[in-house]
Ligand binder design. Structure first.
Ligand SMILES: *Cc1c(COP(=O)(O)O)cnc(C)c1O
Length: 828
């Protein structure tokens, strides 16, 4: 889009000056496009410089002492408290400001105090509330979640929550701006409710999302909320600190608070008698328990200065971000598929809609559908966004009520989804044909036109079915058995997520029900969490190269990257399962997690072994073994299953658009459960790929990026690589493997293998297995050419079928491989 090049076009509200300093002030953006400002704000470099100067030039003592350093700290903190109040136009005669850890801590302070009131309190919260507000309901006697209309009714006099004659106060909490979709709610509700309610009503405003990019004006104390909470790191990026701003008229709400600690009391008697006198002059003195986060508060001074210097006032920031968000809304909202259907379903309010006096935050919450109307999985969007260096957030974004109302999810549906396995942050994000979360992106003061435009371009590039890209997604018209196939190479990955070991030619390699012998029998687990480490996060694992030496009975492990001086380049681990090698089972045996699944692996006790792995990866980890034949948590099962695109379909539906593979009904019964044992592999006993598919993918990549390097088949981390024995004369069509139902391997021995379904891919295929460097390909091209039902596939899962004339099944390089084909329709 043109405007991004037009650096200094003056457009109303847009602060083109940001582009001048952004590169210097935000060096962390060099390798990312940051689009989750509602989640975290970046801090400018000059703020850190200012803060460092402050910290190193002045002696800051702990408050509550008479030393000069202590006195000057106390004075400085009081100045900053005042300065922050003024930042929100709050008169110190009308308001007090309590420093807290974050917005949530401010909310808890209010809830704690009201719970201690003689009859507790009743709680009403708006449905757009963040989970931090929702949780308050657990402390209340009665609670209720209400929508806009119910608030409006309340304003005109009808309190939504029954008064049972106990004279108990009501706390009403709502966000000034929803963290989910940027929708704003009137500040005026607070004053109106206070005046119109017959019951004593306090209001708690969650301003955490609003203040990121807008002024908060508390100049009219009568109209202001009783309690306002916010987090400074969301405005300035730093410090990690929050505030609770209390209307002095509402201070009595804290009278029943019980706890005291640190400097919050004037006198405490504790021997023989128990008595204490809370500080009385300022509310903040009574509520700030323990030593204040002095350095964070001091940093606030620098944060205010630097923010002002870079961005001007919060009003300037609001103009800038709302200019960008209008552009964004128009950009995403106007994307259409070739058939005219919209690409994005946007849940955020239109920032341009005239009847909206409040405006809306620079947040966009949406979901994507393909041209056939099928929802695109959020996890897939996340994977691509990550590769394209966008930082966005997907899922429930801590806003259960907002999500439920945007997506039309009823409580029973949410509970049903939970029972069928849905958890926040897992891959199951489309359940029963409906999305369970949203894609959220948001802008901050340092966002630019090019951030916005490149995000719109990204969505268009991958999700708009407009241009008919030539698709090589499926084999068509494959002549049955015309190609003679053989096993080109065999790999095992003894340590999960580490380098592969190529089975030498001429060796018969044993196949077990769990997969190839020695495949994924070991893993590295984090010393703290017990989670199995993955190359997805620790790229350097690719440089850990295990090799199996049966003569010496060892697994030899070499690290090919830069090695810390005190470590050997290679270590040996006995293949023996001698119990003395492992940490004693008498000490509480710890469970580990592989792909979120709890397992019982045995960890090695040798400090040499563990410090080798910890040292090369820079992560405190232990080597663990998960030998075949275990029981209970020492056993895992395959999760692979046939994908819908592998099922026979009428040939008319074979033209595939990006992201689409309808029109089979959602939740068809393709997911037949299979119970096959596996070791530590992600999904199935054996993974196979074919070289013609790798070649086809490389051709696709070359089509759009002629200069890009060829992708090695190693990135797919297959166990068995299959190729035509005579590729010139009897080629194999790419992606034929999708259609196989079985494979017979080995002339004479003819061991049978069953195909279990296509292999779902993530951006780990972008890790070069030689260098451990990560790039965009092949995932970007795969997601354009090999996406079905919103998921990306390459290669097939398989397992030994258990038959085979009583022989120990083996495979060897060069073995003939004869596929069995799915029964195909006429005309193919
Ligand atoms: C971020 C946010 C919170 C939580 O803030 P913390 O700093 O994590 O306590 C609460 N509400 C809204 C609207 C938010 O955006």
């Amino acid at each position: 889009m043109a405007a991004s090049n037009n650096k200094h076009t003056v457009t109303r509200g847009y602060n083109a000056r940001v582009e001048d300093f952004r590169e210097d002030e935000y060096p962390m953006l060099n390798d990312s496009i940051y689009l989750d400002h509602a989640g975290t704000t970046l801090f400018p470099k000059s703020l850190m410089d200012r803060f460092a100067k402050d910290m190193t030039s002045t002696l800051f003592g702990n408050p509550h002492s008479a030393s000069p350093s202590s006195q000057s700290t106390t004075a400085r903190i009081e100045d900053i408290r005042l300065r922050v109040l003024r930042f929100f136009n709050a008169d110190p005669a009308e308001f007090d400001l309590v420093f807290v850890a974050n917005a949530t801590a401010g909310i808890k302070l209010v809830a704690d105090a009201l719970r201690a009131a003689p009859d507790g309190f009743d709680y009403v919260h708006h449905q757009a509330s963040h989970t931090s507000l929702v949780g308050v309901r657990e402390e209340a006697r009665n609670s209720l979640c209400i929508d806009d209309r119910q608030v409006e009714d309340w304003v005109t006099g009808s309190c939504p929550i029954e008064d049972d004659g106990e004279n108990r106060p009501v706390l009403f909490a709502y966000p000034a701006q929803s963290n989910m979709d940027g929708r704003r709610y009137p500040l005026s509700w607070a004053g109106k409710l206070r005046r119109s309610s017959r019951r004593k009503t306090y209001t708690l405003l969650d301003a955490a999302a609003l203040v990121c990019s807008s002024p908060l004006d508390l100049s009219c104390a009568d109209a202001a909320p009783d309690f306002t909470v916010l987090s400074f790191y969301k405005i300035f990026g730093f410090p990690d600190l929050g505030a609770l701003i209390v209307r002095r008229d509402a201070e009595e709400a804290f009278h029943s608070r019980r706890y005291f600690g640190g400097g919050t009391v004037d006198m405490v008697v504790c021997v023989k008698e128990q008595w204490h006198a809370p500080k009385t002059q300022f509310l903040h003195e009574r509520l700030e328990d323990g030593t204040l986060p002095i350095h964070s508060i001091i940093a606030l001074d620098a944060a205010l200065d630097v923010h002002k210097k870079l961005f001007g006032s919060m009003r300037d920031v609001a103009l800038h971000t709302s200019f960008l968000s209008r552009r964004w809304y128009r950009g995403l909202g106007s994307l259409r598929h070739g058939n005219g259907e919209p690409v994005c379903v946007v849940y955020s309010p239109d920032p341009e809609s005239a009847d909206d006096k409040l405006g809306s935050g620079p947040v966009i919450a949406f979901n994507i559908r393909n041209s056939q109307g099928t929802w695109i999985s959020l996890t897939e969007v996340d994977k691509l966004a990550t590769l394209k260096r966008f930082h966005i957030r997907t899922g429930g974004v801590c806003n259960p009520g907002g999500i439920a109302s945007a997506l039309g999810l009823q409580p029973w549906e949410m509970i049903q989804n939970f029972s069928s396995g849905f958890r926040c942050g897992t891959e199951n994000d489309i359940m029963a044909g409906k999305p369970t979360g949203v894609i959220r992106a948001s802008l901050g003061a340092m966002s630019t036109v090019s951030d916005v435009d490149s995000f719109v371009d990204f969505i268009a590039e991958f999700y708009q079915d407009a241009s008919p890209i030539p698709m090589v997604t499926k084999a068509a018209g494959t002549p049955h058995g015309s190609s003679q196939l053989h096993i080109h190479s065999i790999f095992v990955y003894p340590i999960k997520s580490c380098g592969g070991f190529e089975v030498p030619s001429g060796v018969d390699w044993e196949v077990k029900p769990e997969g190839l012998a020695w495949d994924r029998e070991w893993c590295l687990v984090h010393q703290g969490t017990g989670q199995a480490l993955s190359q997805k996060r620790y790229l350097k694992m690719a440089l850990i190269r295990p090799s199996l030496d049966f003569e010496r009975g060892e697994l030899r492990v070499t690290y090919t990257g830069d090695i810390p001086a005190h470590l050997p380049r290679e270590i040996s681990i006995p293949l023996s399962k001698n119990p003395s090698l492992f940490q004693s089972y008498i000490s509480r045996s710890r469970s580990s997690r592989v792909c979120g699944e709890e397992i019982q692996a045995q960890t090695y006790s040798s400090p040499e072994i563990n410090s080798f792995f910890s040292g090369v990866l820079g992560v405190p980890c232990l080597l663990a073994r998960f030998p075949p034949g275990g029981q209970g948590k020492s056993m895992r099962h395959a999760k692979a299953h046939l994908q819908r695109h592998q099922l026979p379909l009428p040939s008319a539906t074979r033209h595939i658009l990006p992201g689409s593979f309808p029109p089979s009904p959602p939740d068809s019964d393709t997911e037949k459960p299979i119970s096959r044992r596996i070791l530590l592999s992600n999904e199935s006993p054996i993974l196979a790929i074919t070289l013609p598919s790798v070649a086809a993918l490389n051709r696709e990549i070359q089509l759009t990026k002629p200069s890009s390097k060829e992708i090695s088949s190693a990135v797919f981390r297959a166990n068995i690589v299959i190729a035509p024995a005579d590729p010139e004369n009897r080629p194999l069509l790419p992606y034929s493997e999708d259609e196989w139902t079985g494979l017979k391997i080995g002339e004479g021995k003819q061991h049978g293998f069953e195909m279990l379904g296509a292999c779902r891919r993530c951006h780990m295929v972008c890790v070069n297995q030689e260098t451990a460097e990560k790039s965009e390909e092949p995932f970007v091209t795969l997601s354009k050419t090999r996406r079905f039902d919103g998921k990306v596939f390459f290669g097939v899962h398989m397992s030994w079928d258990g038959g085979g004339r009583g022989l120990v099944p083996t495979v060897r390089v060069g073995d003939v491989a004869v596929p069995e084909w799915r029964d195909k329709g006429v005309g193919e």
